[in-house]
Design a protein around this ligand. Structure first.
Ligand SMILES: [Zn+2]
Length: 399
């Protein structure tokens, strides 16, 4: 029997609380250029995607790519004026189709700042707001609809049963909103994987506050206008949190020393306008402040990480999976779906990712699944979903 819990730090446990759970791991990838439109698409999108496909083929892992559809749609809209955009957009399509042919899933990711982007002298100028939450209902709906439509037209010739059912918001900006989740549900997109507990961002491009989420590990029905809260009842959409964890001082310090040495030797911290989701990083820091933030502060307390394998070293990935196993065990649930992310444009250590994927593929308690499979298992009741009225129950999508 599962018993209810009001404390998010202590999920309900089965009798004894030590039953082994099977962890269903969705490896996902936000596949895109940088947030300001910069970056060489061959170097930061096409090449890393091909390398990842090789790794996954070797370890028989099926994963999910979340390409930014607003980027691709903007390339298409301007391709008649700029033929070079057409050939890149064609290559983009081909890479997505190839991943899909190899058994990977493709689902929706939307960075709205591309919507009215200008292309001049071979460079993109993106002036749109970074958060879809700041767009009017109809504008946001139109972007989601266009993205879903593009994917379905691209992939149905390969598999007529393909459906766009899952969504990750650009910059993870998915809540609160009086319209976003209603629009997603209206379009049949019933799985959100945007909410990363503990995340706080407040900079010139983005404001997000996920520090107080009622559920930050297991699937839940979100309060439809504010997914930081669990709904009283079943809803037309399920959130599976984007996993996060708190790393040990030792692992954080080791990763930071190597990153800091790297950046300080280059005399640069991060280019202005580069996309980031970590509030601790801000432009124009002095090297001293940078060293304090990166070396001293994290050494004083455990540090919050979104589970983004592209931005973690191997030791941090081990701590991440240790945290997932512990929380899965504490949940007392036999089947626990977990979503990780990756940003191919930012991969720091591909060998570490390969080692991690290899180990996960051999682990008895871990199974890889795509977001479409996760969606199906949530729908069928194979994976339980939390609502407030019953803490965990069989899924009842309320459509
Ligand atoms: Zn993104």
């Amino acid at each position: 029997m599962l018993r209810p819990s009001n404390n998010k730090d202590q999920p309900p446990a089965a009798a004894g609380g030590t039953a082994k759970s099977t962890i269903h791991l969705a490896l996902t990838h936000d596949w895109e250029l940088r947030g300001d439109g910069s970056g060489d698409i061959e170097q930061i999108q096409f090449a890393p995607l091909r390398k990842l496909l090789e790794i996954y083929r070797k370890h028989s892992a099926r994963t999910t790519f979340l390409p930014d559809l607003m980027q691709q749609i903007r390339f298409r809209q301007l391709e008649s004026e700029h033929p070079e955009l057409k050939s890149l957009a064609d290559k983009w399509d081909e890479h997505v189709r190839e991943a899909f042919r190899q058994g990977h899933d493709i689902q929706l990711h939307v960075h709205p700042q591309w919507r009215d982007g200008r292309y001049e002298d071979g460079r993109w100028h993106l002036n749109g707001d970074w958060s879809i939450l700041n767009y009017a209902r109809d504008d946001a709906h139109a972007m989601l609809d266009a993205g879903k439509d593009y994917l379905e037209k691209l992939l149905r010739p390969i598999d007529p049963s393909y459906r766009c059912v899952a969504f990750r918001a650009g910059s993870l900006a998915a809540t609160p909103s009086d319209h976003l989740f209603k629009s997603l549900a209206n379009l049949g997109i019933q799985l959100d994987v945007s909410i990363a507990g503990g995340l706080f961002v407040n900079d010139r491009n983005l404001q997000l506050d996920y520090r107080d989420c009622e559920e930050d590990f297991l699937p839940f029905y979100p309060a439809i206008e504010d997914a930081r809260k669990v709904s009283e009842t079943s809803e037309a959409i399920v959130c599976v949190p984007l996993n996060h964890f708190y790393a040990s001082r030792r692992a954080v310090t080791r990763q930071n020393i190597s990153l800091a040495a790297n950046r300080i030797s280059k005399g640069t911290v991060r280019k202005p306008g580069e996309q980031r989701i970590n509030a601790q990083e801000s432009d124009g820091q002095s090297r001293l402040a940078f060293a304090f933030d990166k070396l001293i502060k994290p050494a004083m307390k455990r540090k919050h990480f979104v589970s983004d394998t592209g931005r973690l070293n191997y030791r941090l990935m081990q701590e991440m999976i240790g945290s997932i196993r512990q929380r899965a065990r504490q949940s007392g649930l036999p089947q626990v779906p977990v979503v990780l992310t990756n940003h191919p444009k930012d991969i720091r250590d591909l060998a570490a990712i390969e080692r991690f994927v290899g180990e996960m593929s051999r682990a008895e308690d871990i199974k890889f699944l795509t977001l479409t499979e996760m969606y199906r298992n949530l729908r069928s009741g194979e994976f339980q979903v939390r609502s407030r009225s019953r803490e965990y129950r069989r899924s009842e999508f309320n459509l």
